[in-house]
Design a protein around this ligand. Sequence first.
Ligand SMILES: [Zn+2]
Length: 440
Amino acid sequence: MKITKTLAPLLAVTAVYAFSNDAAASAKTKHMPVAATAASNDTKSARETTRAETKHLADATTAASDSTSTRSNPSTDMPDWTVVELASTINPRVLTGSDGVTNLVYELVVTNFGLNNVPLKSFQVYGDTTTEKPLLTLDSKGIAGVLQSSAKPKIGSNLAPGAVAILFVNIDLGIDGKAPDKLIQKLTYEYKDKKKVEDKTTTYETTVDKTRPIIVGAPLSGKGWLATGGYVNSGHRRSLFPLNNTLKCAQRFAIDWLRLDDQNRIVSGDKKLVESFSGYGKPVFAVADATVYGVVDKFENQPPYKASGSMEHPGGNTITLKISDNAYGFYAHLKPGSIKVKEGDRVKKGQMIASLGNVGNTDGPHLHFHITESPDVLGSNGIPYAFEQFDLSGETAEAEFMKNFYSGGILKIDKATQPGTHKNQLPKEGNVVSFPELAN
Ligand SMILES: [Zn+2]
């Protein structure tokens, strides 16, 4: 949310992934690793945890052991040691981007329960069967690009003993690609014990959540809206936090909307003033017929380029709309005193509800918008959504808009790869879109 070099999320905190038994029990996915002990050097506890987890995994699925296993009788032959365990934060979600590509989006928790450093060598994801070509293949360099620990955004592709990391997975299924029913993940790593060094593979299956993205109207009106912090690899996407004893990513599909003026500038004139930003004060609209679930309207604007980073109200002045029992639209950073609705109000799609501001953890006026499965601001999971209609008028690169966000320069906007009207898609990072004109 806060716009920094990495397009920081609502809360750019460095999360500590503190799992527990309760987290494992309450997580939607069945194999959340019990890693509280792995974070310490208590090897006795770690070994006990490993034994308990191995049993749990074996009970839950036969796919957890590698297909190369030579066990003939499980009562007499030792199981394979899969010292690297995989678990998923959510069942993979299906999303269609503005390029028409069907994406599968999810995260894997990777834990090294071993006593040695483990180099991760390759990661492959198959759909439904391993006899067909993998949907995704990453080598160690590719893994390093999407692997992150609680302490560092970049950790390479080696896992220290006891280390827990998150693998942020995006799978491109191609234009209008069909999602499989399940995914089979294979993570190959170098395993070392006293006798030998060998490659081992941990296999893990997940069921794909094929619920289609919720289709909504526009949160903004007219032309010049630049989508930043998109779902592929942004600060939003990586904002996985331990909240209410589970890992949640409310901002998984969030977008920060910045406005460009007629000369393609985000800001012009005195950059110390919020009024100098093209988007400041622009009307914000209900994306659906909904009930106003929550309103915060008590904070003043932040000066540009000075985010507050409040843990209590990172979104500053906010509106949460209950669209359905499992879809809540969240608007953040709204202009002080501009909110026109109160809790319990019914709103119509396209109704003006507030104005764009610069309140909370934000570096410059923009609208942060996302949809979650429950009303919990950060302690719920972001769900995929799509806009009924928008026109794609251009595209720009992150480096280009970051530079000009700070300098007040004119952005170089490239021609859109797929210009024109788009329906039921979610804009990608760097898209410049026009929404249908809405009346204030
Ligand atoms: Zn944001």
